[in-house]
Design a protein around this ligand. Structure first.
Ligand code: SF4
Ligand code: SF4
Length: 173
């Protein structure tokens, strides 16, 4: 059994890879946030952050405690966030979106809505992204229920998605 700290290190490595993937895919800003701001006259909106997801789905587990401690050391406690947007119940949601560039909870990191999943399928031919499956995989990394071999396979599948997005974008010019 790996230690809670080792589990967290693996989780943060996958978060870094997924952040690269989402950065390349870039659907939330272009396909959701900007069109909605144009439609509503630049009024801030909560998009999919409609609860304190960093809290409601997290498990009672030492690795989750470590994740929260690292998050709060970098971004403050939820109560410390002075510019919460109030349009979302989540304190980490400000007028420019989520302040957590890293150390998100599994559900926050994994979530993709239906229209973003459709864009991934239609734009890049990636059919393997199942957000609940990714959420559970991220939870298992944190709890240590994912073996090292499974972790390496999962990590590679995330890197493969990056390759697919990059290759498709390069072909499209
Ligand atoms: S996941 Fe969906 S609802 Fe949430 S910001 Fe992205 S496109 Fe918008
Ligand atoms: S922590 Fe960030 S991603 Fe999660 S619900 Fe709050 S604002 Fe949304």
């Amino acid at each position: 059994m790996e230690s809670a700290r080792e589990n967290l290190e693996r989780y943060l490595e996958i978060e870094d890879i997924l952040n690269r993937f989402f950065g390349l895919f870039d659907f939330c800003l272009k396909g959701c946030v900007l069109p909605e701001l144009e439609r509503n006259g630049n009024q801030p909106f909560a998009a999919c952050c409609k609860d304190r997801y960093y809290k409601v789905y997290d498990l009672e587990h030492p690795s989750f405690d470590l994740l929260r401690e690292k998050r709060e050391s970098l971004y403050g406690t939820p109560e410390d966030v002075t510019d919460s947007s109030l349009i979302s119940p989540c304190e980490y949601h400000t007028s420019t979106g989520c302040v957590l560039s890293t150390c998100k909870s599994p559900i926050c990191l994994a979530f993709m809505c239906r229209k973003s999943i459709d864009a991934l399928r239609d734009g890049y031919g990636i059919y393997t992204y199942d957000y609940l499956g990714f959420n559970y995989a991220l939870e298992w990394i944190l709890t240590g229920d994912m073996s090292l071999a499974e972790y390496e396979e999962f990590r590679q599948s995330c890197l493969d998605m990056i390759d697919t997005v990059e290759t498709t974008s390069a072909v499209a010019g």
